[in-house]
Design a binder for this molecule. Sequence first.
Ligand SMILES: Cc1ncc(COP(=O)(O)O)c(C=O)c1O
Length: 433
Amino acid sequence: MPTDAVVRHRPVALKRALRDPALDVMNFLNSIVLEYPDAVSFAPGRPRETLLHVDAHVKALADLMEDSARASPATVAALTRDLAQYGPTNGIINDVLAAHLERDERISVSPDSIMVTVGAQEALAVLVCGLFDAGDVLLVSDPSYIGITGLATLLGIRTVPVRASNEGLKAGDVEHAIAALPPGMRARAVYDIPDFNNPLGTSLSIDDRLALLEVCHRHGVLLFEDNAYGMFAYDHARRPTLKALDRYGTVVYIGTFSKTLFPGLRVGYLVADQAVSPTGERLAAALSRVKSLLTVNTSPITQAIVATALRRFDYSLEPIVAPQRAVYRSQRDAMLKALARVLSDPAEVVSWNRPAGGFFLAVTLSCEFNAAALRACAAEYGVIVVPMTFFCLADGRRNQVRLSFSYVSPELIAAGVARFARFLSDRRLGAFR
Ligand SMILES: Cc1ncc(COP(=O)(O)O)c(C=O)c1O
């Protein structure tokens, strides 16, 4: 006799796209940390919790509200309307974001070119929902952030992987992929993370940026620039973003406060200043129809927290990010040092890169590392390492892993890399299968 009401009901079939295992990766990366709480986690692109000053940000908003209560009843009423009501779909802090983009990124756009979103993830969702018709193709730098490739799979949008080089996405490879599209397919957009790439840790040179802009412009293809990690530059001055270099109106820029303030805010944005045919309306404004049907508007309360943080230092995040950058740089260095110390045996490891910023690096092993290896490594050796294949559309990179150095202390990084080295050496010696 079934005891559970669910068992008695006819099972529900999911849409076919949702059965694709690639769609489990995002949840997997978030839950694996909880599954193996004692393991050192090199899995998620999470910020270090000691750097997240939620209390200070929330208090700054409370102070603002108290100040307004002292000012006048009309100020309180206006603030209540702004924070408590449904708000404008595209956001209430667009002017603040425009000032921040000018100050920190040298990107000059008007507030109506900006849409405030529920994290960068919603910005990606708005773009793929709003811009692709049947036959339209999204070219994706491969491997890539699973947030975009998973969305495209879910929505049945055709993606074409463009293999990233050791220096990032090359314009020639994009052009080749566009030329190779079958008849009836039209390249609509290219997605890339040119600064401190997730998952590879690479950064595009300025020449490569300019070449990419030229190719996309020449083929009438939009360029989605995801800049989640740009402020975390450790080795050299920041390079200009694609958007700052764009003379053609090719780039749609995606930003987030998840890594610089904290991910629980769920505030990101897109910048789309292109004109839409035939009305001439701004793309960000036209896409507000999509957002209105996804999330209606981004929480005004979390938008206000972001605006308060940005106004504090004259629209710059630099004073907030600088101390974080020092911590992440030391964690990156701890990982590079640990890799050099314990993984220099060519029988196990071929190479790894030195990312100039961001949260990730890539290690190439002498043999394959798959999902079963991940589980064994986590359960028996106490370290979580992610196969690069989790982020790939095309075959290959079976010998590569992504290591995230953002989430744990330098001491744990050293311990985790040593555990990973033990796993590799035991496996090679047959002590583990
Ligand atoms: C490249 C990239 N884009 C977007 C995101 C998602 O950001 P958000 O938390 O703003 O949705 C992430 C998160 O890890 C990321 O790595």
